[in-house]
Design a protein around this ligand. Structure first.
Ligand SMILES: Cc1cc2nc3c(=O)[nH]c(=O)nc-3n(C[C@H](O)[C@H](O)[C@H](O)COP(=O)(O)OP(=O)(O)OC[C@H]3O[C@@H](n4cnc5c(N)ncnc54)[C@H](O)[C@@H]3O)c2cc1C
Length: 602
């Protein structure tokens, strides 16, 4: 086991408190919540193995929806004491985690301090961060990195110490990384550990549809909520206790009811609400939409981060050029053929130039693109030594070379694209949501860490720290979690096969296009109003379609995409100022007092 040293030179502990004895594997009978131990499906691109289908059935104590950094971190902690079922809607490595390039922020250098990392985070967050959360996450960063190193993540090292790179908004070098494909290495290590763990069952190709709540009990709770069918006609849900999820098995087409004492949403962000996004296809805000429908508050959804530098290529639409290229000296320039062509423009916008926070850089690029009618601007690092470039950015170099761009000799055409969802399901310091038995962690949650803008490489960190915190909270409070009651099976008796799949494609594209045009980097009241109007019209069409036709993953995602778009627009309209990532030309000023936008379901 490799040991890391912190800035203070102290040795970091290996794994913290590890629980030994598994909890009893009891659960209600008569429900379709039995899972095969370690059942994983072999999918291309996934490191998951496919061990025994013949292994005994086990009832999960905890269900985790999502197999990215947040979900699997929680699973590994919980699995020391209880049985965990992890659902993922495609391959186990299909979330954003595997796509992260730059790295993970942590104070590990002797010249760096927690206070500096906290200040950088608060500065980026535009005064909206919750300081308690920021301190909690940053102070737990070194041990999170240590846990990953223990799992075998091969972080780059230099003369025996971790190599630290620097990114925009950070006052020190503090980003640990695995070349320029950190997320891939982390995701593979987590999947390998989860696959090997006897208390974790991994179920890829399961699309969670909705949370199972009190309303789905066979015996309704006296004086509380009316009963709902476990089916598509159940309408808006609601309930005070969450007992699991309904999930569509995309292999069989059946919706299963999975119940457990506690449920963790780790479903990632909602980037695909936008036409251009660096996020993978499945980033459709499912967890946020499910939690909202079940009765959770959702906060700060207007703060969508746009990564300034996504490759401009009509074939490859979501290839990110990591921030570290600017960190290592890359310059943003106007392309030739326009006034000022070939010159840097960031010095005109911010004294931190290319290392200004992402929102500043993205807005500057957006401004120059709109001002000059450009398709893209240039990111140029060709003035640096070719060996250095190839050594630091091997994957980006190879990928670009395959597309005919040699970044050691020429600039890279780039545009901004949606990149990170700062808002989400409102949680407390242990990842608890408004509903008993329901936790949310990672990009689908709003913990207060990022405020109005995420500081680069703080998001994976949040997944590790909150994944761990939620799991430990569940274990500490285990005795207060009741076994799930008998629950209704999913009722698909009143739906038919879809007669027009084109409806889904059409609506999907429409949402992403108007969100890009009306609710993008620069907003106005009129544009937001137009978006709200479009959402209202689409809502009845999508709801109607959802109620009448058999579920597919596309339909589930469309419904969630629309729900998330509505939450983003509602939040953006509620904020009558510009702050962090939210810029409204009709309210260009920042109000003296920073307030969260908290949406409360009916
Ligand atoms: C291109 C790119 C580069 C990035 N680079 C960095 C970086 O360098 N540093 C950094 O800190 N952050 C980076 N980020 C952000 C970071 O990767 C994410 O915030 C983080 O990985 C989110 O992890 P997560 O566990 O919350 O969700 P994800 O990793 O997105 O995982 C979501 C999981 O939920 C599952 N899921 C979703 N909906 C359902 C459903 N309905 N039913 C069942 N399962 C479902 C998915 O299948 C998946 O398993 C980057 C993001 C992108 C897109």
């Amino acid at each position: 086991m490799r040991r890391l040293t912190s800035g203070a030179g102290r040795e970091l502990s290996a794994k913290g408190d590890i629980f030994k004895s598994p909890l009893s594997k009891t659960g209600p009978r008569g429900q379709n919540n039995l899972v095969k131990k370690n059942k994983t499906a072999a999918r291309p691109g996934s490191a998951a193995q496919q061990p025994a289908d013949q292994q005994p059935d086990v009832i999960p104590d905890v269900i985790i929806v999502g197999s990215g950094a947040a979900g699997l971190t929680a699973a590994l902690v919980l699995a020391e004491r209880c049985h965990v079922l992890v659902l993922a809607k495609g391959a186990l490595d299909g979330g954003s985690t595997a796509w992260a390039q730059g790295g993970i922020a942590a104070v590990l250098d002797s010249g760096d301090t927690f206070e500096d990392h906290i200040n950088d985070t608060m500065m980026a967050g535009g005064g909206l961060n919750r300081r308690e959360t920021v301190e909690f996450v940053i102070e737990h960063a070194p041990e999170a990195i240590q846990r990953l190193a223990d799992l075998g993540v091969p972080f780059n090292a230099d003369s025996g110490a971790l190599h630290l790179t620097r990114e925009g908004g950070h006052s020190h070098r503090r980003i640990v990384h695995v070349d320029d494909a950190t997320g891939w290495a982390v995701q593979q290590a987590l999947i390998a550990a989860a696959t090997a763990h006897p208390n974790i069952t991994l179920r890829p190709d399961m699309v969670a549809v909705d949370l199972v709540t009190d309303r789905h009990r066979i015996e309704p709770v006296e004086g509380k909520h009316g009963a709902a069918t476990g089916g598509q006609q159940g309408g808006q849900q609601g309930g005070q206790q969450v007992w699991g999820v309904y999930a569509l098995d995309t292999q069989t087409g059946h919706v299963e009811c999975f119940s457990a004492r506690a449920t963790i949403l780790a479903t990632g962000g909602a980037g695909r609400t936008y036409l251009f996004s660096t996020a993978p296809r499945g980033a459709t805000g499912d967890g946020i939409a499910m939690a909202w429908r079940a009765g959770c508050r959702v906060s700060n959804m207007e703060f969508m981060q746009f990564h300034p530098t996504c490759l401009y290529n009509l074939e490859v639409k979501n290839f990110l050029i990591t921030e570290a290229v600017r960190g290592e000296g890359g310059h943003l320039k106007l392309p030739p053929g326009v006034p000022g062509g070939g010159e840097r423009f960031m010095p005109r916008f911010d004294r931190r130039e290319e290392l200004a926070p992402r929102d500043v850089v993205a807005r500057a690029i957006d401004h120059e693109i709109k001002r000059l009618g450009l398709d893209y601007v240039h990111l140029d690092i060709s003035h640096r030594d070719p060996e250095f470039i190839r050594g630091h950015f091997p994957n980006i170099y190879e990928r670009l070379l395959g597309l005919g761009i040699d970044m050691t000799k020429e600039p890279i055409p780039v545009v901004p694209a949606q990149h990170y969802t700062c808002g989400g399901v409102l949680i407390d310091m242990a990842g608890r949501t408004d509903l008993a038995g329901l936790y949310a962690v990672g990009e689908c949650s709003e913990s207060g860490l990022h405020g109005a803008n995420r500081l680069a490489s703080n998001s994976l960190l949040e997944c590790f720290v909150f994944g761990d915190a939620a799991a430990n909270d569940i274990l500490e409070r285990w005795d207060s979690f009741a076994a799930p009651p008998p629950l209704r099976e999913w009722d698909a008796s009143r739906v038919a096969d879809s007669d027009e799949e084109v409806v889904i494609k059409q609506n999907w594209t429409e949402i992403r296009r108007f969100m890009w045009n009306y609710v993008g980097i620069v907003r106005t009241n009129k544009r937001l109003e137009r978006a709200a109007h479009r959402i209202k019209l689409l809502k009845s069409e999508v709801n109607d379609y959802y109620s009448n036709f058999r579920l597919t993953s596309d339909l589930i995602e469309l419904r969630n995409l629309l729900q998330t778009a509505e939450l983003i627009v509602k939040s953006a309209r509620a904020r009558r100022e510009s702050r962090g990532l939210h810029y409204n030309e009709d309210y260009p000023q920042t109000q003296p007092a920073a307030r969260d936008t908290i949406l409360v379901p009916n």
